[in-house]
Write a protein that binds this ligand. Structure first.
Ligand SMILES: Nc1nc2c(c(=O)[nH]1)N[C@H]1C(S)=C(S)[C@@H](COP(=O)(O)O)O[C@H]1N2
Ligand SMILES: [Mo]
Length: 288
């Protein structure tokens, strides 16, 4: 059997283009728009295939820009599924904040009426008594805390707006929990730690710089708007990083790993931006 031939960049690129075009056509088909949930799977299969071909592109910049294109298409799919929620409802149109203070809506974002639920995979069922958060990597004392230990730290509530990269914004979320900073201090983070990989169930992760994790409003949270955080929104424990797009706010968080360089997480590997500041519209890597 002949050794498999390494496809050159041009071949991989044209195949990716063809797959993305087919995915676009499928997504835009009339029946698909009427039932976006059902339409998602076959489109996603094409985009997954296209993503698989990325490895065949040897030039790093070219590979990244195609990864960003594919990520954009995946985010379009999410947007289709959320379209009904993104139509400003009568109450939202009347909400004083949207009328009086449009400056609260970052570029390219729209207010959402409800509280969309968005994640990869299925909602894990975690008993509050089973929650463990591991702080590890570049720390002097690897630390494992349960919910009880977290609740023993100084508790705080912050009210912040939430911006998802799929373009919905939900104003005035009040989050109650503890500052990530206080948990990092328990583990005694080494000076060499510049970034962290934060992981959540079932198999999710994101990268953040340590400075951001130490911000006043960066919390490990168990309550939203005064109630226990609903399971589908990350309960019993989630990270919330208000100054970044929503994908950085890891639901069902179980590990903070301190590292000495920036390592991309789940979405960042698929073309999302390493920082993700909604005010600078850092959606995709190419928009550095
Ligand atoms: N564990 C986990 N956390 C996650 C995600 C995920 O797929 N898995 N998705 C992120 C994305 S893209 C967004 S916009 C928010 C959505 O939070 P919500 O469902 O509470 O609105 O969760 C983030 N946290
Ligand atoms: Mo998101």
């Amino acid at each position: 059997m002949a050794a498999p031939q390494q496809p050159d960049d041009d071949a991989a690129i044209s195949e990716i283009r063809a797959l993305v075009t087919r995915a676009d056509d499928l997504r835009k088909a009339a029946p698909a728009r009427r039932d976006p949930e059902a339409a998602r799977e076959p489109v996603m299969r094409l985009l997954d295939q296209a993503r698989g071909l990325l490895a065949g592109i040897t030039d790093g910049d070219t590979r990244r820009s195609h990864a960003a294109v594919i990520a954009q298409r995946i985010s379009d799919l999410d947007l289709d599924a959320l379209a009904p929620m993104l139509e400003p409802s009568a109450d939202v149109a009347r909400a004083p904040t949207s009328v009086e203070d449009p400056s609260r809506i970052p570029p390219g974002q729209h207010l959402t009426a409800g509280w969309p639920v968005l994640h990869v995979g299925t909602v894990p069922e975690i008993d509050p008594g089973d929650v463990r958060l591991i702080v590890t990597g570049r720390v002097r004392s690897r630390t494992v805390v349960d919910l009880e230990a977290l609740r023993a730290l100084p508790t705080t509530t912050v009210t912040r707006d939430f911006h998802c990269v799929t373009r919905w914004t939900r104003l005035d979320n009040s989050w109650t929990g503890v500052r990530v900073r206080d948990v990092l201090d328990l583990a005694d983070v080494r000076d060499s730690a510049t970034h962290a990989i934060v992981s959540g169930h079932p198999a999710y992760s994101t990268n953040l710089d340590v400075e951001e994790l130490r911000a006043d409003d960066c919390l490990l949270t168990w309550a939203h708007d005064g109630r226990d955080l609903p399971r589908e929104h990350g309960g019993p424990l989630r990270l919330v990083v208000p100054s970044r797009y929503g994908w950085k706010s890891v639901k069902w968080v179980f590990e903070i790993r301190l590292v000495d360089r920036d390592v991309p997480g789940y979405w960042e590997e698929r073309g999302y931006h390493d920082v993700g500041d909604p005010w600078r519209e850092q959606r995709f890597r190419e928009q550095a």
